[in-house]
Design a protein around this ligand. Structure first.
Ligand SMILES: [Zn+2]
Length: 202
């Protein structure tokens, strides 16, 4: 075993927890996000979404408000705003590659891959319609799927405007051509009358 290989083995054995994680926090379009660092197979449990469990029947708990609250059911909610909960960095997508596996009885949530995820891919799950309506719809969802849809709509609108413009230009051209014909015709007539008029004026 070469020295560098030995060092690598030692490092890997000292930090198994770090090297085993298939994700890292990184920059995304909307701030930070969670990205795969290794291939993640469809069906794999990627990370647990965790934090203090809040009981809505306790007024002090019910007053807690932050955007990392994960409702388990009518009563229990996970406050995922704690620093160690890296799953809080996972952004929403309308066409995600992961999903939340909610287990109210165990009061646990896991994020699980629903597609094969490649290293470098951002990990996303669908936050659900309530969250979408409350937080994303008003500002416009920035997920890849929605960005693509918006791009397509913009392209279609552009194409439609171009079509309308081309049509009106053709119309204007035709009208212009007709105008010239009319002018030419009028000129002839005017030329015809010109003599008489000039003569009348003189
Ligand atoms: Zn979206």
């Amino acid at each position: 075993m070469g020295f560098s290989r030995l060092v690598r083995v030692l490092i890997l054995s000292i930090m198994p927890a770090i090297s085993n994680k298939p994700y890292r926090v990184g920059r995304s379009k909307t701030g930070l996000g969670l990205f795969a660092t290794k291939p993640i197979k469809k069906g794999t449990r990627i990370i647990r979404y965790f934090g203090p469990i809040l009981d809505s029947r306790i007024p002090a708990h019910d007053e807690i408000e932050n955007k990392y609250l994960f409702e388990l059911n009518g009563r229990w909610t996970i406050d995922g705003s704690v620093r160690k909960n890296l799953a809080r960095y996972i952004n929403h997508s309308c066409r995600p590659n992961a999903e939340s596996d909610v287990r109210p009885r165990e009061r646990k949530v896991f994020i699980r891959a629903i597609k094969n995820i490649e290293p470098g891919d951002e990990i996303n799950y669908d936050y659900g319609t309530d969250y979408f309506k409350a937080y994303l719809k008003p500002i416009g969802c920035k997920c890849d799927s929605c960005e693509k849809k918006r791009k397509k709509l913009r392209a279609e609108a552009r194409a439609e405007r171009a079509k309308v413009k081309a049509r009106s230009e053709r119309k204007a051209e035709k009208a212009g051509a007709k105008g010239l014909e009319n002018k030419a015709a009028k000129k002839k007539k005017l030329n015809g009358h010109a003599v008489g008029k000039a003569g009348a004026r003189a």
